[in-house]
Design a protein around this ligand. Structure first.
Ligand SMILES: [Zn+2]
Length: 275
């Protein structure tokens, strides 16, 4: 196979996974409709969020839930972690704050957060901090990505995140999915921060870059960059996470507690207040 064809294929696959989170495919539906019941009971939820929680099945058969009772803030569960929540900022492939990110927080299921704490402890002892780009991602945010992908004219962030890819191929060729593994609450995007140099560790590629060099096993980078990827990967795998073949920064708890539930509550501290 020609090198250029491999490159294009690799980019396409990487983009598909980046946008879908874990390659979760699903037919286009109005999945946000299922979470509309949240608003109707907002007063009760303010004091007891879990008691008013509900689970619905979307039109595409995917289970949607606004029950945040098993989620925790990473700032509390993994206090050593540094947060750089890209979808709260405008420095992401869309170029806007993403729907559902109401505060620059990271949330995960208790189980995933506990495993991540072990990873953090191990790496802090080696002179690193975890730097979190994204964790729990509300369904609404994924829907935002889908809408963005349909707008072929909006390529504001192309030069940073997908310089070699034509955005118009994404939706018609099925690279965009309606659901992301991140919405199940046990998936995290992260890198390492070196406490000695006070800089991010050089991974030979950047978060959310859609291309082959984001593959964890990409070898056309320096030995040191590759070794750095493996430091992160080895620590994550040692504590129960599984990697993604297309993104060095993306890991999901192997025994995730909600393997088929996609959550809808927004990223904000009120979502888990009172717990
Ligand atoms: Zn991810």
């Amino acid at each position: 196979m020609k090198k250029s064809r491999i490159w294009i294929l690799g980019m396409a696959i990487a983009l598909a996974f980046a946008l879908s989170g874990c390659g979760q495919s699903g037919a286009a539906t109005s999945s946000s409709a299922a979470s509309s019941s949240v608003a109707s009971s907002s007063a009760a939820e303010a004091s007891a969020p879990s008691s008013a929680a509900s689970t619905n099945v979307g039109a595409d058969g995917v289970k949607l839930s606004d029950d945040s009772s098993d989620f925790v803030l990473l700032s509390e569960a993994v206090p050593d972690a540094i947060l750089e929540i890209r979808y709260y900022s405008t420095y992401n492939f869309v170029g806007d704050r993403i729907d559902g990110y109401e505060e620059p927080l990271a949330m995960l299921t208790k189980e995933a957060a506990a495993a991540l704490k072990e990873v953090s402890d191990e790496l802090v002892a080696k002179g690193y901090r975890l730097k979190i780009y994204d964790a729990y991602r509300p369904q609404k945010a994924v829907t935002n990505f889908v809408e963005w992908a349909k707008d072929a004219d909006d390529t504001r962030m192309k030069e940073y995140f997908y310089p070699d890819l034509d955005k118009s191929v994404l939706f018609p060729q099925g690279y965009i999915a309606e659901h992301s593994g991140h919405s199940r609450g046990s998936t995290v995007d992260l890198t390492l921060f070196d406490m000695k140099t006070e800089k991010e560790v050089d991974m030979g590629g950047t978060f959310d870059f859609f291309g082959e060099k984001s593959h964890p096993d990409y070898t056309n980078i320096t030995e040191e960059q590759y070794a750095n990827r493996m430091i992160l990967r080895d620590a994550m795998l040692a504590h129960g996470f599984k990697p993604l073949a297309e993104e060095w920064w993306h890991f999901t708890l192997e025994n995730e507690p909600y393997p088929d539930t996609y959550f809808t509550f927004p990223v904000n501290s009120d979502s888990i207040a009172g717990k």
